[in-house]
Design a protein around this ligand. Structure first.
Ligand code: SAM
Length: 218
């Protein structure tokens, strides 16, 4: 594949736009649903919880969140205008019932007050964080005391085999992510790496290792 094609894939994954962006988001939803469910399950959502997700893509998984407990509020933050619109369209019932709320932001400053969320999660976004320590301190700020944050990502050992990750992506091993977290006030209370089979663009099945770090605010 040509350099320009690889760059276009990387750029769509970082910030989906246009017709191609909708297709890419549908494909991501299917390929990443296992990772997303793993992140959500590790939140141990309880009745009455207020949840935040960063970088939800088309947010086809929101129904799964509402199956976890009663009386939940879900907030989604995106940098992609297209994903913001797709998520609102796909979840219009939850939006009109004021159970799900979607907002665009700049990727740095989380537009919510301190101590607002019980649980926060993000899947496959850390690669694109421009200032990871600052974003983690924003997550810490909007999370309630003793709140939980699940950080889920595919391992560098797998991601580096994908030719488009040489553009736009900052790859993380578990160790590198742990080192990042150690510079913050979060404590790692659990880490789990799973291996799953995923389909490549050419249709073959390959093993993908992914990790969820469960972080607690002290
Ligand atoms: C690779 S996609 C992953 C989508 C979905 N979470 C999944 O795993 O299928 C990355 C998404 O994160 C968004 N994004 C990129 N940087 C972000 C940031 N700093 N904060 C929140 N979202 C971000 C992109 O717009 C894109 O929709």
């Amino acid at each position: 594949m040509k350099k320009e094609e690889l760059q276009a894939i990387a750029s769509q994954l970082k910030n989906p736009t246009g017709e191609k962006g909708i297709e890419m988001a549908n494909m991501m939803h299917e390929t990443n649903i296992n990772m997303t469910r793993h992140s959500i399950q590790n939140l141990h959502i309880e009745s009455g919880n207020t949840i935040l997700e960063l970088g939800h893509g088309n947010s086809g998984h929101v129904e799964f969140i509402f199956e976890q407990a009663e009386n939940i509020k879900y907030y989604g933050l995106e940098m992609s205008e297209l994903m913001f619109q797709e998520a609102r369209r796909i979840n219009r019932n939850f939006v009109s019932q004021k159970q799900a709320f979607f907002t665009l932001y700049d990727g740095n400053k989380i537009p919510f007050q301190d101590n607002f969320f019980d649980k926060i999660f993000t899947v496959n976004t850390i690669y694109f964080w421009l200032e990871p320590e600052k974003l983690l301190s924003e997550i810490d700020r909007v999370l309630k005391q003793k709140g939980i944050f699940c950080l889920t990502f595919a391992e560098e050992s797998f991601m580096k085999q994908l030719p488009f990750t040489q553009y736009e992506f900052e790859l993380y091993s578990t160790e590198k992510a742990e080192n990042l977290v150690q510079k913050t006030t979060f404590k790692i209370i659990k880490k789990e790496t799973l291996t799953e089979k995923v389909k490549t663009r050419t249709g073959e099945l390959v093993d993908r290792d992914f990790t969820t770090l469960v972080l607690k605010r002290d």
